[in-house]
Design a protein around this ligand. Structure first.
Ligand SMILES: Cc1ncc(COP(=O)(O)O)c(C=O)c1O
Length: 331
């Protein structure tokens, strides 16, 4: 393959069937977003948001994007921004896996670890800091704000989601209809964009049930289920979960939500590595564990939805191996 355009952004990622990992009676398809240029689903939205900001003149050569990021978005944005003569400054939470931080440095990202008085691990607070930097130095910083930027879900609707619809069409004769789509919620851009594409994808996919997989300590799942939420603390900054529903999440597209403990998510990335040879990050583990819960729902709750599910391998596992819990789970 030859390309004369900059390779940032998503590529046509493969959809693979998890023949060994799948629960009994289920077919599970995993879209390998981890094969994108900087290794995650964020390549899709990162490039789309940067291109949109350059197009309408908000981001100009020499400027830096400043963003509250848990790591993947900042690598993706840095790769896309470099092609426009721009750089990336990331406001990251304390406690992020060391290799994830080093990987960002490798992409030229200027890393600022936010202290507790700057919001610490609270993404909303860090977004506020990014907005303040932009206001204080508008010619130097621009924040894309992936939590509200419409180019984020749109990139997943027109890119990732449309690819899923096309791939499902091709394999429908052998696999049948898709029944379920399970995904974590960070900014909500990925789940929203893909769910939109699946529901708009024609009669065969419009009945897909979309389920959010959410970490313990996050308010996303309880809020989506309409339950009271007393507050909580995330066990680790894995890129998904937050206190409130992100603006880029279209909750009307999400049919249900499942809360998953980190230990169970890690157990599933371990099983995926052992049974399928795929080494993915913890985010994917939350979706895998949520699907196991769904597969155990009573028949009346499952209804006659086809027992075929789509999940994303949203990033690679390597950057997390310095986290002993991850290393132990996948060994
Ligand atoms: C690995 C990984 N998966 C999933 C997500 C969630 O994606 P989104 O922000 O589009 O909701 C993130 C967000 O940071 C992530 O890093």
């Amino acid at each position: 393959m030859y390309t004369n355009s900059h390779p940032a952004g998503g590529v046509e990622t493969p959809l693979v069937e998890l023949k060994n990992w799948a629960p009994n009676g289920w077919r599970v398809l995993l879209k390998l977003e981890c094969l994108n240029l900087t290794g995650s689903n964020k390549d899709r939205s990162g490039r789309a948001m940067v291109d949109a900001a350059v197009r309408d003149g908000r981001l100009r050569p020499g400027m830096s994007v400043v963003e509250a990021s848990s790591g993947n978005a900042s690598c993706a944005i840095a790769a896309a921004a470099a092609a426009h003569g721009c750089s990336m400054t990331a406001l990251i939470p304390p406690g992020m896996a060391r290799d994830k931080v080093e990987r960002q440095r490798g992409y030229g990202v200027d890393i600022r670890v936010t202290t507790d008085d700057q919001g610490g691990s609270d993404p909303d607070f860090r977004r506020g800091v990014a907005r303040r930097w932009e206001l204080e130095e508008p010619g130097r910083f621009h924040t894309l704000d992936q939590f509200t930027n419409p180019a984020n879900p749109l990139a997943h609707e027109q890119g990732t989601g449309r690819e899923c619809v096309q791939q499902m069409r091709l394999i429908r004769p052998s696999i049948g209809e898709l029944g379920w789509f399970v995904m974590g919620v960070g900014t909500g851009g990925t789940i929203t964009g893909i769910a939109r594409a699946l529901k708009d994808g024609g009669s065969a996919t419009d009945a897909v049930r979309t389920i959010a997989a959410d970490p313990v300590g996050s308010g996303v799942a309880p809020r989506l289920r309409g339950e009271a939420w007393a507050g909580g603390k995330l066990e680790a900054p894995d890129g998904i979960g937050s206190a409130k529903l992100p603006e880029n999440l279209d909750a009307s597209l999400v049919d249900d939500a499942v809360t998953v403990a980190r230990a169970r998510a890690l157990e599933q990335i371990g099983r995926l590595r052992k049974l399928e040879g795929l080494l993915v990050g913890p985010c994917t583990g939350y979706a895998l564990a949520a699907l196991l819960d769904i597969a155990n729902w009573p028949d009346d709750k499952l209804g006659d939805q086809p027992r075929t599910a789509l999940l994303l391998a949203s990033d690679r596992g390597e950057p997390y191996l310095c986290d002993p819990a991850v290393a132990e789970a996948v060994a």
